[in-house]
Every structure is written in structure tokens, then in C-alpha cells.
Design a protein around this ligand. Structure first.
Ligand code: FE2
Ligand code: FE2
Length: 225
């Protein structure tokens, strides 16, 4: 219930920004990066658990890239490459993709490193980078974020035009699927008791971070004005 109210407030604040679709695109590209990088790390680890986790993370990375493409197309441009294309280039070490010309609008930005860019993300990650955390924390915060993102997108449906609603509804469902999959991976890694504790800790950080989002939104508005 608290989360639902927070998601409604956040959805209202975000839709007051003229470029909210661009922000959502950047958010999705950032998540894509994180999932893909985590996939690559997990792939190199022994045990069957990490093999399964690596597969889940790769699928999620592609799904997040698909979401970014949807938001991009809604703003009238297009991401230049497919998610799979970007992945295979990095696999061949032929490409440094920290900052690339992402889309046909000609926009280029640092899509990597979101965890240390905004006040809210700094608070959430306690002034560390997202990938500096161990696997149990990573899966716990990924679950908390995916779960809230799904709720947030569902509430966003109230405030966006119909053409955006049609594209956003399936994305909200995808985020819920991601949350469920990550939840299962975390349980497998740490067991149910520790899982509950970790999720509780990251939920607290989520509430602290959400308090800072209006500040970030005001700063974004100032930067863009
Ligand atoms: Fe997504
Ligand atoms: Fe997701």
C-alpha cells in the first residue's frame, strides 16, 4: 500500500518533466548495462548456480534493451544497434561502449555509472557503485528495484497518453517477471531467512532514495531549462 502511494506520487512527478520518456530510456539502458555486465561476471564463475544466473541476467539484459528501444521509438528516434549486436561487439572486445551515440536523434550520453550520478541513486547504493556489491546484495537490490519498477510503470499508466499506455503495460509485466526470477535466484543463493533480511534492508534504502527523487527531478528540470 505504501509502495503503491509512493509509485503514484513518483509517476505524477516524473510525468511533469517534459522529457520523461528520455529519462525512462536512459534508466532502461542503465539497467541493460548492469544486467549485461553482471551476466559476464557470473558466466566466469564455477557452479551450476552461476551458470543459471548468467543465463537469466542475459535474458533480462536483452529485455531491458527492448524496453529502452520502445521508449526511444516513442520519442521519434531509434537505438542504433540491437542489444544482441552490442553484446557481441563487447564479447569480441571490439568496442568500448561506456559512452556511445545511442540513437538516431544524435544523442550521446554516459549510460554507464548511474549508481553514482543522482542523489537518489547515491543514497540507495550508499555512495558505492552498484557493481561493487557482492552477489547476495546485488540480487536483493535488483529484486527490490524490479518489483518497484513494475509498480511504478503500472501507476504511470494513469498519467500518460494512450499511445504510451499501450507500450507501457507489457513493460510493467516484464518488470514483474524480472522481479520474480531474481527473487528465485536470491532464494537459491542464500535461503529464505537471509533472503528476507536482505530484502528488508534494501527496502529501507529504497524508501530513503525515494525521498531524494523530487530533488533529482528539480535538478533535472533546472539542467534542461
Ligand atoms: Fe525494463
Ligand atoms: Fe527489469
Amino acid at each position: 500500500m505504501v509502495d503503491e502511494v509512493l509509485a503514484i506520487v513518483l509517476a505524477r512527478i516524473i510525468t511533469l518533466l517534459p522529457n520523461y520518456l528520455l529519462l525512462l530510456k536512459k534508466l532502461e539502458v542503465g539497467v541493460f548495462f548492469f544486467c549485461w555486465r553482471s551476466h559476464r561476471e557470473a558466466k566466469g564463475l564455477p557452479t551450476c548456480f552461476y551458470g543459471t544466473l548468467a543465463k537469466t541476467l542475459k535474458e533480462q539484459a536483452l529485455s531491458e534493451y527492448g524496453h529502452a528501444q520502445v521508449f526511444c521509438k516513442l520519442t521519434g528516434s531509434k537505438l542504433n544497434m540491437s542489444g544482441a549486436g552490442l553484446m557481441s561487439r563487447e564479447e569480441k572486445a571490439a568496442f568500448d561502449w561506456g559512452c556511445v551515440d545511442w540513437d538516431t536523434s544524435g544523442e550521446s550520453y554516459q549510460a554507464d555509472g548511474m549508481s553514482t550520478r543522482y542523489l537518489s541513486t547515491k543514497i540507495f547504493f550508499c555512495f558505492r557503485t552498484a557493481n561493487s556489491y557482492d552477489w547476495e546484495s546485488r540480487l536483493a537490490f535488483m529484486y527490490v528495484l524490479e518489483d518497484f519498477q513494475s509498480l511504478f510503470y503500472k501507476q504511470l499508466l494513469r498519467f500518460v497518453p494512450e499511445e504510451v499506455q499501450l507500450k507501457l503495460a507489457p513493460i510493467a509485466e516484464d518488470e514483474l517477471t524480472h522481479a520474480i526470477e531474481i527473487h528465485a535466484c536470491l532464494r537459491c543463493l542464500v535461503g529464505p531467512n537471509r533472503q528476507e533480511w536482505l530484502i528488508f534492508l534494501w527496502q529501507i534504502r529504497k524508501y530513503l532514495a525515494l525521498v531524494c527523487i523530487p530533488v533529482d527531478a528539480c535538478l533535472q528540470k533546472l539542467i534542461n531549462s
